[in-house]
Design a protein around this ligand. Structure first.
Ligand code: IPE
Ligand code: IPE
Ligand code: MG
Length: 249
């Protein structure tokens, strides 16, 4: 099922603060959150969905323009089958439940990732949810499911090659799964690990990185504000010098 709405690329604004910001999050630590409570890992994933709901609301309230979250990586197929099945079921359940609230909050939903291996009913639901929220303009939420940064670069390059197009930076950016949003300004990873785990490899070339020791289900509004405060204290130079930045301010 293809959505009839066009993918429209959001334009980047130089206005400061959270307005027009794109935040990407590696939501890590659900399993450890559950383990600390002697609960099954899937209970941690369920709490992870709750944390995501809160985070979406908090970001929309702060006028964040785009939020992109890593929900299931290409490598997560390596987990035990029952955990993989539970994660796929959770996505289906969350979709059925969350679309009305996304509409209330003006959130447009996209999925990024390889949909091919997902069950057909889920692929249809993903497309339906994208269509059902396509008119929303307040914030764009991209859920990366069965997503890998390497997969993304390869699928984009293969698409350009099949069309006989030259592979330039602009063309490749436009063929990636996140072509509808500008590159993330801030990449947050919860759960204490200091790695990217094959997330947005191309798009995070100049993102500010922020690592939190909090496990994802515990990442609340205050933690988000701490991350935003840390981001605001950074100087984004894009290869220039501090003196150049001060002159152009
Ligand atoms: C992140 O939490 C969610 C997914 C990868 C689906 P984890 O399940 O990786 O949690 P930890 O890292 O084991 O605590
Ligand atoms: C990254 O977390 C993927 C998601 C959050 C969906 P992982 O827990 O799978 O990452 P690694 O395997 O520890 O690097
Ligand atoms: Mg993990």
């Amino acid at each position: 099922m293809e959505c009839l709405f066009q993918r429209t690329r959001l334009t980047r604004s130089t206005q400061n603060a959270e307005r027009k910001m794109h935040i990407a999050i590696v939501m890590d630590g659900n399993g450890r959150w559950a383990k600390q409570r002697f609960m099954p890992r899937v209970a941690g994933h369920r709490q992870g969905v709750e944390a995501l709901r809160r985070c979406i609301r908090a970001c929309a309230r702060r006028d964040v323009q785009a939020l992109t979250v890593f929900a299931f990586s290409s490598e997560n197929w390596n987990r035990p089958l029952d955990e993989v099945s539970a994660l796929i079921r959770l996505l289906g359940k969350a979709l059925a439940r969350e679309v009305p609230e996304l509409n209330t909050n003006g959130v447009r939903l996209y999925f990024a990732g390889d949909r091919q291996p997902l069950p057909e009913h889920l692929r249809n639901e993903l497309a339906r949810a994208e269509c059902a929220t396509a008119a929303n303009r307040r914030m764009v939420l991209t859920v990366c499911f069965n997503y890998g940064g390497r997969w993304d670069i390869v699928q984009a390059a293969a698409r350009l090659a099949a069309q006989g197009q030259p592979i330039t930076e602009a063309a490749l950016s436009g063929a990636l799964a996140l072509a509808h949003v500008h590159d993330p300004d801030l990449l947050i990873r919860t759960g204490g690990e200091l790695r990217i785990s094959n997330f947005l490899l191309w798009q995070c070339a100049y993102s500010e990185l922020y690592f939190s020791d909090k496990l994802w289900p515990d990442f609340d509004e205050a933690a988000l504000d701490e991350a935003l405060a840390a981001y605001r204290a950074r100087e984004r130079r894009f290869g220039r010098t501090t003196e150049q930045m001060q002159r152009s301010a």
